[in-house]
Design a protein around this ligand. Sequence first.
Ligand code: NOJ
Ligand code: NOJ
Length: 592
Amino acid sequence: MNRVYLGIQKKALCGSFLAVFLSFPAFSQERPVSEKAPLLLGEIAPLSPALEDVSFHADFSSLPDFSQGVSAPIPALIPVVSPKDAQERKEKDLFPSKRNENPPLAKKTDGAAAKAGIFSLKRKKPKIDFDGAQTPASQQGDLEAWVSQEEGVALKRMFLNISPAGEAKGAVAASPSRENPDYWYHWVRDAGLTMNAVATLYQHERNHSRKRLYLKMMKDYARFSRANQLAPTLSGIGEPKFNMDGTPFNGPWGRPQDDGPAIRAIALIRFAKTLVSEGQWGLARKLYDGKLPTSSVIKTDLEYVSHFWRQTSYDLWEEVKGHHFYTQMLQRKALLSGAELARMMKDPGAADFYEQQAELLKPEIERHWNEKKGIIVQTLDQDAGLNYKKSGMDSGVVLAILQGAFEDGFFSALDDRALSTVVKMAEVFKNLYPINRRADAPGIGIGRYPEDRYFGGNPWVISTNTFGQFYLRLAEAYAAQGFISISDRNLAFFQSLDFPGKENLRPGLKIENSNPLFEQILAALRQEGNRYLETVRRYANPDGSMSEQIDKETGAMISARDLTWNYVSFLREACEGRACLLNLFPKKPKNP
Ligand code: NOJ
Ligand code: NOJ
């Protein structure tokens, strides 16, 4: 089937309430408006079936080098085989039977990861077909064992969506699902979170061939991202998603989404800092050139974030335009970690400026705390988008705390406003979904926000993982801090946990780690965190694959299958809650 690579209309997922914003941010030093006239990628090579086996296509190595100016022409990206066909073939190889049948996996992929020996997808056929009621074999037994097994599954399936066959190198598909919903796009947010995980892998990997593989993935991603920045899109740098061949997606959508550039910067800054620590200054300079106007990918995003954080944009769920806690937390983190990089790269003026802007963001972020409701409200100053999000509750706030907190402790997991928000939300979601009310429910499935209507409004894997991670992270943070302080704001949170004597807690109480109660509370936090993981385990497919949502009535996996972000959220969980992502390959010798 011929897809059209003109960067024009593809089926829009969202309702018509999403306006198309034709105004570009006045980010014109970098991208003069004249450059934004639609590029004519007109001459499309006919997609020849004879070339079936040539699964590659748009070669991003022919893109302008970072050191070339912004005016360097972007070559037309012309696939020679329908990417859809190529990827479907690849998936057929990997997953021979139908989508939800959880086939035995035997073959290796043809991707770069396979070459580096990361893939060997061998798993046994599940003993019982999951029907949402019975507990299949893989969902029984030791949680710890499941987590380490699932980690491997998550990693492999995440890699499958990075630079998939038939698409541009560096593109990250949100999910292989092509319809209902069509997620075969490079979402800047999803991709940034994914590549932040890859940057973490790169940072800690000692095996040479894997390290080279991650390096390649990061370079491809950086190049693809730079091309995204230069592409003539409808909203400029805040453009939320791109076609998998790198051309702009110009259908109606909620744009701009200003968390995107911040997340993209965070991932690439992590990578650049690692390069600097390894003495790879040349490559680091390509990522951050310290010039104005800049032609480098990180500085372009930092300039955008530092100049445009005041404007409203669409939220991480792409539905509401306003000022969002999630977006602002990630903007602040991008600016602060960007300032550190700028200093390393001898750009102290910019470092000061980014820090200044991060400081100005603080009171804006504080505004989201609503003392009366006892929650951090996700969105303020809404000026467009859907109108039925009344409660202000949103699991994106918890995602923000885990992804966006900087080392300075501002709105970290320890903040009692975070605790208050989490316990109130858990209560609401517990009562909202039928599967949470079942007698045998292992824990609570968490949704995006209570009023959600997308696919009927269900628990999401990323939100549930995030809640689990929150409790586990909190236990670590208290252990490091050495005491727990009970306050008016966090009392209800602690009383929601399961440990003896909780009814005796009073605001003002300080529980030192010498007090036996301290360990009991940590144990209760870990137990609560594990209940969220148990929930995900309970509803994941027996082969460990996970779709975007969990049907609130039946517990079946629904919406986009193999959502890349699911796997990343699982790895983050594994990594930062349990510190095991970093030890993924512990048995490998150093410098083999
Ligand atoms: C697609 C968006 O990604 C999703 O977040 C939203 O709920 C639906 N469109 C419906 O508007
Ligand atoms: C819908 C989600 O709401 C949004 O956050 C995400 O970026 C897209 N799906 C793609 O996964």
